[in-house]
Design a protein around this ligand. Structure first.
Ligand code: SF4
Ligand code: SF4
Length: 191
């Protein structure tokens, strides 16, 4: 069961754990993973390319240290991780090209530490464009193949899920709202 990865780790277990948690779609199901961005950053620093044949399984192996990935699902994870790594590199390139953007804070935490943003299941998206008209912050963008992707995840307003509510095929997915409970309000000046 792919969804078994949800809740494999303690979201209340401290800032570091919260910052490293992220979700992706694996074979049509949202899956929470711990340490994904750390692995991506490592590979980026090594100049690794998503097209490398064994890279997907290498990522699966590394992520298995902190996450339970069922043996029967490893191929699916490898494929999803390869796509996700390619998207990560594209985003990094776009950020470098346009200068680093500031996303501000939420309850005193840097926005980039809050894992609240949509993921879009391209297999379900029918390209109707309703979500694009609705989202005023530019978090979503149309893709070349007539679908929608998440272009700027941290532009998404924390707690908003309007685009998911209007998406008839259910292609837009958010983490459970309860993950936000872990972020208690920080008094000003505390880091
Ligand atoms: S509302 Fe849903 S189906 Fe329509 S474009 Fe957006 S993600 Fe795709
Ligand atoms: S949840 Fe709201 S802010 Fe975030 S992408 Fe959807 S419409 Fe935009």
């Amino acid at each position: 069961m792919l969804g078994a990865a949800w809740g494999q780790f303690d979201l209340c277990g401290g800032k570091r754990g919260m910052a490293r948690y992220r979700q992706i779609i694996v074979e049509g199901q949202p899956v929470g993973l711990l340490g994904l961005d750390d692995v991506f950053k490592d590979l980026q620093a090594q100049g690794r390319h998503p097209q490398e044949s064994d890279l997907g399984m290498e990522m699966v192996q590394r992520l298995s240290r902190d996450n339970y990935i069922p043996p029967s699902a490893r191929q699916g994870f490898a494929l999803a991780l390869t796509h996700e790594y390619a998207a990560f590199l594209n985003r990094a390139e776009a950020t470098t090209a346009s200068g680093k953007r500031s996303y501000g804070t939420w309850r005193g935490y840097p926005r980039e530490q809050i894992p609240w943003y949509p993921i879009v299941d391209e297999d379900l998206c029918d390209g109707c464009g309703v979500c694009l008209k609705l989202c005023s912050v530019g978090a979503l963008q149309p893709t070349d193949n007539g679908k929608v992707s998440v272009a700027d995840p941290f532009a998404c307003i924390v707690g908003c899920s309007s685009c998911a509510n209007v998406c008839k095929p259910g292609a837009i997915i958010f983490p459970p709202r309860s993950i936000l409970d872990a972020y208690t309000i920080k008094p000003p000046g505390r880091h």
